[in-house]
Design a protein around this ligand. Structure first.
Ligand code: COA
Length: 294
């Protein structure tokens, strides 16, 4: 008779592996106690290029942050003045070229933090962009819910200049953010965009002077944290779902179901609280503020 293992189950092992990842070598996480986690890609000497080790660490960091009750907002940035120079051309491209199995596993699993994990992440995510943002870095830039850039940030889809197309999810991400016309222009020309231009074409929400970048991200995070986190989570899921391939009838049906689901699952009963604060208590106006939370 087969003996059943009494050891940890696979998911338990994965989880403990994730929490063991507090000692990262290619990323740095700052928790300032204000419910914001500042996650820095931390290979400044390589302009924060994404190596296989960095992908693995980001994958586990998102696991950690997703279940961290003390965090509402995750900011993704780059250490020492550059967001990221994209995939590591040496460690990711060249060194995995003759290791197709390793590269396949890397792409199937750890690279997924940049799109599958981030774009469906339950908490609010903000990309804070200074310096260079190149190639593969557009994926996690667009996957974040918000992006705030320094005016002198430098964006480049460099791929055509060295003989490849923007692969992975890069092309999908930029078309989703900028639309067809501007995406095609910047993909084919590899022309650089600064922060202000990136804001014009919809790649980031806004550009601010570099000295104000962190404060602007904090302002946005703080404003969002005053709101009902369950409603924000449902709203961002709804935006992604209707954008990605639902027709009008499907959207109407889905949004109706989501509305009902939120009412049933929101432990703070935001719907009734908001309604009675306005209609009965006359204590606030929804266009100005979130309802006062107990
Ligand atoms: N992969 C691997 N290494 C990279 C890298 C990348 N994507 N981007 C920069 N580096 C390395 C450089 O090789 C250099 O390493 P070294 O000190 O061992 O020689 C170091 O980072 C500094 O780069 P450098 O080019 O000297 O810095 P810079 O500030 O003058 O220029 C960039 C910055 C980002 C404009 C330039 O490095 C660049 O064009 N990088 C390639 C970006 C790219 O095309 N990425 C697409 C990947 S999908």
């Amino acid at each position: 008779m087969a003996v059943r293992s009494t050891g940890p189950k696979r998911w338990e092992h994965e989880l403990s592996e994730a929490s063991a990842y507090s000692a990262y070598s290619t990323i740095r996480i700052e928790r300032a106690g204000d419910r914001i986690a500042w996650v820095y890609l931390n290979r400044p000497e390589k302009r924060n290029a994404m190596s296989p080790q960095l992908h693995m660490e980001m994958y586990h960091a998102l696991d950690e942050l997703e279940i961290d009750d003390e965090i509402d907002v995750v900011v993704i940035a780059g250490a020492e003045g550059n967001f990221s120079s994209g995939q590591d051309l040496k460690q990711f491209f060249r060194e995995l070229e003759d290791k197709p199995d390793q590269r396949y596993l890397m792409e199937q699993r750890y690279c997924k933090w940049r799109w599958d994990r981030l774009s469906t992440f339950p908490k609010i995510t903000i990309a804070m962009v200074d310096g260079w943002c190149v190639g593969g870095a557009f994926t996690h830039l667009v996957a974040c819910d918000f992006a705030i850039a320094a005016e002198q940030a430098r964006f480049s889809l460099s791929e055509v200049n060295w003989g490849i197309i923007p692969g992975g999810m890069v092309t999908k991400a930029v078309v989703e953010a900028m639309g067809y016309r501007d995406s095609l222009y910047y993909i084919l020309t590899a022309e650089e965009l600064d922060g202000a231009r990136a804001a014009q074409v919809g790649l980031v929400n806004r550009a601010v002077p570099a000295a104000e970048l962190r404060a602007e991200v904090e302002r946005l995070a703080t404003m969002l944290m005053r709101k009902n986190q369950h409603v924000l989570r449902a709203s961002k899921q709804a935006c992604r779902m209707v954008m990605r391939g639902m027709d009008n009838d499907q959207s109407l049906d889905y949004l109706g179901a989501k509305f009902t689901q939120l009412k049933a699952l929101d432990p703070s009963n935001g719907y009734s609280t908001g309604l009675s604060s306005f209609v009965d208590g006359k204590t606030y106006k929804p266009v100005h503020d979130p309802y006062p939370r107990g």
